[in-house]
Design a protein around this ligand. Sequence first.
Ligand code: RAT
Ligand code: ZN
Length: 414
Amino acid sequence: MEILSNALLPAVQRVLNATPFIDVHTHLFMPSLGRLGLWGIDELLTYHYLEAELFRSSAVAPEQYFALSKREQADLIWRALFVENEPISEATRGVVAVLHGFGLPVTSPDLKAAREFFASRTLDEHVSQVFELSGIDIAAMTNDPLDLAEAALWKAGAGSDQRFLPVLRLDRVLRDWSEHWGAIRAQGFDVDEHASPASLKGVRRFLDHWIGIMRPVYLACSLPDTFAFPEDSPCGRLLAGAVLPACRDAKLPLSLMIGSRRQINPRLRLAGDGAGRADLRALERLLAGFPDIRFLVSILSRENQHEFCVCARKFANLMPFGCWWFLNNPSVVEEITRERIEMLGASFIPQHSDARVLEQLIYKWRNTRRTLAPILANAYRLLAEDGRAVSEDAIQRDVTRMFRANFTLATGIQ
Ligand code: RAT
Ligand code: ZN
């Protein structure tokens, strides 16, 4: 049945709320990966997005802050950003939404009630309840084969979990070869510091080995704003000579997240990374050179977004996803998503959560639905004005495509 213009927004909201999304990129871990997964109030408050905000609203020096226990850090952040200030930034508002979602106090001078509540939860059930509240049924993880603790758990046979998809993350291999080649060698693969032709074979064996253990749904790497391709550097050679061939043979997509500038302020540790505009010609060359490989790509700089859409119109093997990290704010998400719909229809994945702490899923997905509803409704209103009214089934088809099928088709899962 055709929907009248003034009923479009509620219809879109209904569909968005009723459709379970696939979260295509998070830093969460399935419970069988033990204590790697972060959750609870102290982790929520010490999220690195909030740490960066702390130093703008408190005189504490990063060195003093990092010397504190996690609990003391959380208390400090709560006091500076939630008691002494109104939490109006995106990241602080997110904590309020999570507390409110669980019926916990949002203006309390301390964290007692929240700590008691989270201490009473059992992880496995808590994961399921958080997924339910967030409206997702599957989350892709970020799995690092060079993280000693994580690698040990995989080797011991971490049980799979239908709520979580493994993703083989290659930042240490592609971004910091000089620091990490020794760790690959220590795992028994023949590589050297120069990323020589023999090393490419060793890395290829390393990748095949880990693809066999983790069974990832894609391989992934974040890259700097200076990313170039092709390039005679360890990253360029390893990408062309080992990673891309491994993706092709295993029929796995490669996810690239381009534009992060690591450690522009190392005093802030994880919160010390920045963003920069990239040269998307490198991406164009990759897409043109490897048409049989699918690329899931997110770009960090707002200034790159228009040419990124143009690029996606030229290359069907590119699946743009998400408004990453510093872009994940309503004003920017709105602008980017409108543009993507106008240029790509429903052939992109509007958002991922990038959650590092389990309960962040609740506010990040709530915000995505809230921002997206009027944008989609407006697209259908314009369509109706131009002569074609939509039905709820048509809206459902688009939403399912954007938040599920674009990913399942790109990765070949299900
Ligand atoms: O958004 C973040 O948490 C960043 O610190 C990064 O981890 C980024 O999402 C990435 O995957 O590199
Ligand atoms: Zn991430």
